[in-house]
Design a binder for this molecule. Structure first.
Ligand code: NAP
Length: 302
């Protein structure tokens, strides 16, 4: 059997592409590495998706999925794509669970949190080092935690952690934040949050669990020790694009034109995994819609 479209990735971009493809009556399969929903599932609170003043990531993901299923989108979870073979008018999506032949592919695989690279980081994953406050914040009730990074992830997750932790230190390598102004204001106004500027973590240390971090001031090179029970790391994103040969930038993000077409005809990309000036749910949704309509037109022309 040959699908019209195989969508790889079940976050906001992939699910939106699925909704549009099914409304165009295309025979569409969405495959996902874990479960449908994407990164937003681990987001506590979303305040910038129009139509929802406040909604949890899990709830919004469920609404997206419900919407896609209502239009008959076929989904398969726990499938890891290994490569996409370009056979001209069809593509073969090779996966750990077998191969899927399709006329068009939409890659919407999102990103994975980047590791910090500090000494001790890997030894303490799950024992004080975390990349997900929504998943692990609960374990830090009334404890002291450090958050690394100055982007929206670091700032919003630090604010979330103040609900549990008694103190949250944001350690940032510069003296200015990259996060949206409104997020910055909320963090600065939060009495539980303090900033440690111009600083990087050299080492994460402890015993069975994290007990302290060694911090270096990048301006003075001075080293200091800070006691902390946990370290939450938000230092950027790595695109999940290793399985595809389409053209990418130096960071591995997929290069597309304004129709979401990649360098290989019939393969489209949408959402956080592509080169884009903004990675938000709203932009991912827009990308998914464009990619789907472009794929439909491509299939019509085959
Ligand atoms: P990001 O915007 O790339 O920020 C990464 C942060 O980590 C930067 O502040 C960067 O410092 C710092 N950093 C990078 N490498 C580092 C290292 N080796 N050591 C110490 N610090 C390091 O990543 P993000 O915060 O995950 O956000 C990703 C995208 O998702 C963004 O487009 C963001 O707007 C979006 N997002 C939005 C929201 C929202 O509520 N609107 C929430 C989450 C994410 P520099 O600033 O010095 O480069």
């Amino acid at each position: 059997m040959v699908y019209d479209i195989v969508i790889i990735g079940g976050g906001p971009a992939g699910l939106t592409a699925g909704i549009y493809a099914r409304r165009a009556m295309l025979n569409t399969l969405l495959i996902e590495k874990v479960g449908v929903g994407g990164q937003i599932i681990i987001t506590d609170l979303i305040e910038n998706y129009p139509g929802f003043l406040e909604i949890s990531g899990g709830e919004l993901a469920r609404k997206f999925e419900e919407h896609a299923l209502k239009f008959g989108l076929e989904t398969k979870g726990m499938i890891d794509v290994t490569c996409i073979e370009d056979r001209g008018k069809t593509k073969l999506v090779r996966t750990t669970e077998g191969d899927f032949e399709t006329k068009a592919v939409i890659i919407a695989t999102g990103t994975t949190p980047r590791k910090l690279g500090a000494r001790g980081e890997l030894n303490y994953i799950g024992r004080g080092v975390s990349y997900c406050a929504t998943c692990d914040g609960f374990f830090f009730r009334d404890k002291v935690v450090a958050v690394v990074g100055g982007g929206d992830s670091a700032i919003t997750e630090a604010i979330y952690l103040t609900k549990m932790a008694k103190k949250v230190y944001i350690i940032h390598r510069r003296d200015r934040l990259r996060a949206e102004k409104i997020n910055q204001e909320h963090a600065i106004a939060n009495p539980k949050i303090s900033f440690i500027w111009d600083s990087v973590i050299e080492e994460i240390a402890g015993n069975k669990t994290v007990e302290k971090v060694i911090i270096r001031n990048v301006k003075t090179n001075e080293l200091s020790e800070m006691k902390t029970d946990g370290v939450f790391i938000y230092v950027g994103l790595i695109p999940n694009t290793g399985f595809t040969d389409v053209e990418k930038d130096i960071g591995g993000f997929i290069i597309v034109n304004n129709k979401m077409e990649t360098s290989i005809r019939g393969i489209f990309a949408a959402g956080d995994c592509r080169v884009t000036p903004l990675r938000q749910i709203a932009t991912a949704v827009g990308d998914g819609a464009i990619a789907s309509v472009s794929a439909e037109r491509y299939i019509d022309g085959l």
